[in-house]
Design a protein around this ligand. Structure first.
Ligand code: ACO
Length: 426
């Protein structure tokens, strides 16, 4: 692009190129800023800083648009499967029938865990948070597949192995939490159905067959979580990957980043908040008042990027309603969530700050209805986000301009001073 931005500093003006994206979003390319001016930029929380260009996901936060490789999230949620969407994100295009069959076969082939790894589950206390298990088990995959230590984006086996085994590890960690033996995958089942089987079959329920409506809901949930450009966990994957650490190490770090309540942990925090409101008598107006008084936070609301609505939340709300009807369940938490949304969306505090339900506001309700316990919610998020993390890792590794991620800082500590032996310190 011909346009340039000019920075005037002292008596000198510096010109910096403008980089333009597919939808005319623009960024100032400051790569030579420090060399040219001695200055760095300071942007805590990366509110304005683009870490990379990317072909994977487009978000327009003002208009509530989310595209994976150009395809609207609404279309994928309605027509695609999680495995097909994963292929799209990782490889760039929707697969042909043959490509999809090969990818699915590969996922099926890698569904088992090494038996030694299965014994790891015996070492965790039963009350261990499944995210702690997930991140350490994923990192441990590097020990069992040492060729993965060499980051190689053309090694498709690593990718299928990771996606497939993450699902098995997630389900095993749930069985562990329940104090039950783990359930092995059934290879005739498709990805989501196989996950539900590993979660909910057990020796006393050997004939469990996943309800197709639950399988569809799970596909949708995972599709909606599959990528969200440069968020906290994806940026972590890219940062760790930029040091040439293995794919499994980078993804394990991403899982840890996702865990926090301001990111993927919010779905757990939402249900805990709704339960608190229910236990306190279900008074949403009082709760909202406390949020405005800064005594509490409305979890599942607000987003760094979406400032109008989160399209994923809209789809999930409809799905929650549909699934509750299908299973003929009444969930008081769903009623409280809807009332909270209504009260908040008509309140100037939330309107002025552009705070709307995000993906986590209704996802927990759906997981609950599916029988998935609260502690597992963030694991479900990780299961959905895995293709996005892999796609970003591949994109970064393929980028000839990529350098190790290493932000700068403005030092504000003590200036140089001399060491004082301990006996001489006051
Ligand atoms: N409840 C109450 N007030 C809020 C909320 C909320 N959920 N979110 C933002 N605000 C207020 C802030 O207090 C701030 O008000 P102020 O300017 O008067 O101080 C203003 O809105 C701007 O909020 P920030 O925290 O500056 O926004 P930021 O972009 O840094 O944070 C975040 C975004 C972390 C998502 C925030 O909205 C939040 O904490 N939400 C609740 C947690 C949550 O749902 N996280 C999941 C996000 S989606 C995801 O990661 C998958």
């Amino acid at each position: 692009m011909d346009k340039k931005a000019t920075l005037k500093y002292g008596d000198t003006s510096y010109e910096m190129p403008i980089v333009q994206g597919s939808y005319e979003e623009r960024g100032v390319d400051i790569r030579s800023l420090r060399k040219d001016t001695g200055l760095i930029t300071l942007d805590s929380g990366f509110m304005n800083t683009g870490a990379t260009t990317s072909d994977i996901t487009f978000i327009n936060g003002e208009e509530g648009i989310l595209l994976y490789r150009g395809y609207p999230i609404e279309q994928l949620a309605e027509h695609s499967t999680f495995v097909e969407t994963a292929y799209l994100l990782i490889y760039g295009d929707l697969p042909t029938e043959t490509e999809l069959a090969a990818f699915s076969r590969s996922l099926t082939y890698h569904s088992m865990l090494h038996e030694d790894m299965r014994h790891f589950f015996d070492g965790y206390p039963w009350q261990a948070h499944p995210m702690a298990i997930l991140s350490s088990m994923v990192c441990s995959l590097s020990a069992y597949y040492p060729d993965s230590l060499e980051p190689d984006i053309h090694n498709h086996e690593h990718i299928a192995r990771l996606m497939s085994k993450l699902r098995t590890i997630a389900a095993f960690s749930y069985q562990k939490m329940q104090g039950r033996p783990v359930v092995y995958p059934r290879n005739e089942l498709k990805y989501c159905a196989n996950f539900l089987h590993m979660m909910f079959s057990h020796p006393a329920e050997p004939t469990y067959e996943p309800d197709p409506e639950l399988v569809r809901a799970l596909n949708t949930l995972l599709i909606l979580h599959a990528d969200h450009e440069q968020n906290c966990s994806t940026s972590t994957v890219r940062l760790v990957g930029s040091s040439q650490a293995s794919l499994y190490a980078a993804i394990s770090a991403g899982i840890c980043a996702l865990w926090g309540p301001l990111h993927g942990g919010a779905n757990q925090a939402v249900i805990e908040m709704l339960e608190e409101i229910r236990d306190e008598g279900g008074d949403c107006s009082t709760f909202i008042r406390q949020v405005k008084d800064r005594q509490r936070r409305l979890m599942g609301f607000g987003h760094r990027v979406y400032k109008n609505f989160d399209p994923r939340a809209t789809i999930l709300k409809t799905y929650a309603d549909r699934l509750l009807k299908h299973l003929a369940i009444e969930d008081p938490l769903f009623d409280i969530a809807q009332e909270l949304e209504e009260v908040a969306l008509s309140d100037p505090f939330f309107i002025e700050r552009n705070l709307y339900p995000n993906v986590d506001f209704y996802s927990g309700i759906l997981y609950r209805v599916m029988g998935i316990p609260t502690k597992m919610f963030t694991v479900m998020f990780a299961l959905g986000r895995i293709p996005g993390w892999i796609a970003h890792w591949r994109e970064m590794m393929e980028d000839p301009d990529v350098r190790i991620g290493r932000p700068r800082q403005i030092y504000t500590g003590a200036t140089k001073r001399d060491y004082v032996p301990v006996n001489d310190r006051g």
